[in-house]
Design a protein around this ligand. Structure first.
Ligand SMILES: [Zn+2]
Length: 240
């Protein structure tokens, strides 16, 4: 009995997906299509959840800590929204406090990654998903946000380890989505239209950072696996 019911439910689920995909109009209806074919078509539907493994990260070496689901939106990037930007943030607080607020459903914001001063990187939202970090819907949908531990008016917070780890992360993201490594596509939160945030601030050494990203990119072009140590994540508007 249990088994029968399960298969019925699963048929209904596929029917709903097919409808979503606009496949209902297919001759003979969805029942005619082989199940695996349906499955393939279904994957192309934007906004439908892909199989995910708990704890999986998009960047080798990052540690996974889930943000509250209230601080991001389920998506299927880059299938539904193309990714052509990395947004650099500064937490305006400690690494631990940033992790904590991103786990808080009341915060309403979070970034994909947080880079600690020692270069450690924690990922809190999958790149597939839209993180609420830029305070601008369009920019959230098209970007990956990287938060950096520290304060905008304390450039000494931005350590060598942090710059290097973050640069490797950004290089990897740019390689993965074919994003040009330049200041049009790697921007600060302050540059997001409509924002009242100032991060990463005057103390962020953009020349140095972009040089490091370019250097890291040279080592991660093509299919290279980009492992490295670390860095970053983004954040959002509330925290930084
Ligand atoms: Zn910010």
């Amino acid at each position: 009995m249990g088994a029968r019911r399960a298969s019925k439910d699963s048929d209904r689920r596929i029917g709903r997906r097919a409808l979503l995909a606009g496949l209902a109009a297919t001759a003979g209806g969805t029942a005619v299509l082989a199940r695996d074919q349906l499955g393939r078509l279904w994957w192309r539907v934007p906004g439908v959840e892909k199989a995910r493994k708990a704890g999986e990260v998009d960047y080798t070496g990052a540690r996974w800590v889930a943000a509250s689901s209230a601080n991001w939106r389920l998506a299927d990037r880059p299938a539904d929204y193309g990714i052509d930007m990395v947004v650099i943030h500064v937490t305006q607080g400690s690494f631990d406090s940033a992790v904590k607020v991103f786990q808080d459903p009341g915060h309403g914001a979070a970034a994909h990654y947080i880079v600690r001063k020692d270069g450690h990187i924690t990922q809190m939202i999958r790149e597939l998903d839209v993180a609420y970090h830029a305070g601008n819907r369009d920019y959230n949908e098209r970007s990956v946000g990287i938060e950096h531990e520290g304060f905008v008016d304390q450039p000494e917070d931005f350590t060598d380890e942090m710059y290097e780890a973050s640069a490797r992360l950004t290089a990897r993201i740019c390689a993965r989505y074919d994003i040009p490594v330049d200041r049009e596509h790697v921007i600060g939160h302050v540059e997001v239209p409509g924002t009242d945030h100032t991060d990463p601030g005057e103390g962020w050494d953009w020349d140095r950072y972009m040089r490091l990203v370019r250097e890291a990119s040279a080592g991660t072009t093509g299919r290279a696996q980009g492992r490295s140590a670390s860095a970053g994540s983004a954040a959002e508007s509330g925290v930084s």
